[in-house]
Design a protein around this ligand. Structure first.
Ligand SMILES: NC(=O)c1ccc[n+]([C@@H]2O[C@H](COP(=O)([O-])OP(=O)(O)OC[C@H]3O[C@@H](n4cnc5c(N)ncnc54)[C@H](O)[C@@H]3O)[C@@H](O)[C@H]2O)c1
Length: 329
């Protein structure tokens, strides 16, 4: 029997509680930490075998502790992840792991030096529906991918420390970069701050990749009609991942522009079946936590997760520059 990984978690807020539940099930929850007394007290009563503290130093000083989970607000991620890596801990850090590419590069360097796992929490990459999209692309079933676009709209949650790009866009961006497997050469973002000055509630993004593929994201917390969709248009077929659907998470349209017709300048379109492959019902967070624990046991390898996290932060940073300047970055 393998000894369970000993985990400590800092940040016990609304999302942090989901992480706590999963780490408690899959590992040994040794420490919980929050500077908010009420949050600490309520989780201490739920997880009585974990030691509770408001001081992160207690966790960092525990030589028996293997890994730290960071689920605090975004602005604190880089600093807490850095302290944990310096103390020799493996780190799972909620998305985005840093707010600047230079900071993420520093974290990656530290993880390499110390041979520790650094895994940003890009949850959607563990969603069986998104995995199916990737499989459809990589198997060539959709043909050459032409464009990908994400819709992430809802009424709320309205944040004041992050705009819609950093709060919502990080999810779709992580999926788009993973599906296309390239970093963008052009990143343009436009948005508007209707509710709070300087905090964009709605953001439209355009990305162009070296291969010529393009992507788009519509991000908003002002839309009463909730959408959680990712569409991939290929030369042969189109696939749509719709997380609002209970059963038909993925729909594949066997339809495409086919070949130029005899008449010059005209294109015929081909229409075929529309079908929905079966998608397993596994909880993405459980799969994500399991992947982190597997890495802690096996070692960080080529640090693919952290490198990938750097690509996401880099693209976010460029989109933010464009948003601020009102011009392409
Ligand atoms: N992967 C996902 O789908 C997903 C979903 C929601 C939120 N998140 C991410 O999870 C993180 C936490 O989100 P949340 O909604 O739980 O936030 P929250 O505000 O509800 O909770 C954050 C907690 O961290 C504590 N905290 C802040 N600074 C601290 C410090 N220095 N030391 C100890 N405790 C500290 C606060 O007291 C609070 O209890 C955010 O980074 C967010 O982006 C991810």
């Amino acid at each position: 029997m393998t000894t369970p990984v000993r985990v400590g978690q800092v940040g016990l807020g609304s999302w942090g509680r989901n992480l706590l539940r999963n780490f408690d099930e899959a590992a040994r929850l040794a420490w919980i930490c929050d500077t908010n007394e009420e949050a600490l007290r309520s989780q201490a009563s739920r997880y009585p075998t974990a030691r509770a503290t408001a001081a992160l130093e207690d966790l960092l000083a525990d030589e028996q502790l293997d890994a730290l989970v960071v689920a605090t607000p975004v602005a604190t991620h880089y600093e807490l992840a850095r302290l944990a890596l310096e103390a020799g801990k493996h780190v799972f850090v909620e998305k985005p792991p840093a707010m600047r590419a230079a900071e993420m590069e520093e974290l990656l360097e530290l993880a390499r030096e110390r041979e520790r796992v650094l895994m940003p929490g890009h949850l959607l990459l563990y969603h069986p529906g998104v995995r199916k999209l990737k499989e459809l692309i990589d198997s060539g079933e959709l043909g050459e991918v032409l464009c990908v676009y994400g819709n992430r709209q809802n009424l709320g949650v309205i944040r004041s420390h992050e705009n819609a790009l950093w709060s919502l866009g990080v999810h779709d961006l992580s999926v788009i970069l993973w599906l296309i497997d390239e970093e963008p050469v052009e990143a343009v973002a436009h948005g508007r701050d209707f509710l709070q000055p300087g905090v964009e509630d709605v953001v439209f993004c355009f990305l162009r990749f070296p291969s010529g593929k393009v992507a788009h994201m519509h991000l908003s917390w002002l839309d009463p009609h909730k959408m959680r969709k990712m569409t991939v248009v290929g030369k042969e077929k189109m696939a749509v991942f719709d997380d609002m659907e209970l059963e038909r998470k993925i729909t594949v349209y066997d339809k495409a522009p086919w070949e130029p017709a005899e008449t010059y300048g005209e294109w015929r379109t081909r229409t075929g079946d529309i079908f929905s492959p079966k998608i397993p019902n596994d909880e993405p967070l459980r799969l994500e936590v399991q992947h982190f624990l597997d890495l802690v046991r096996s070692g960080p390898g080529d640090h693919a997760e952290a490198v990938y996290g750097l690509h996401v932060v880099r693209a976010l940073e460029r989109l933010t520059e464009s948003l601020r300047a009102g011009a392409p970055a």
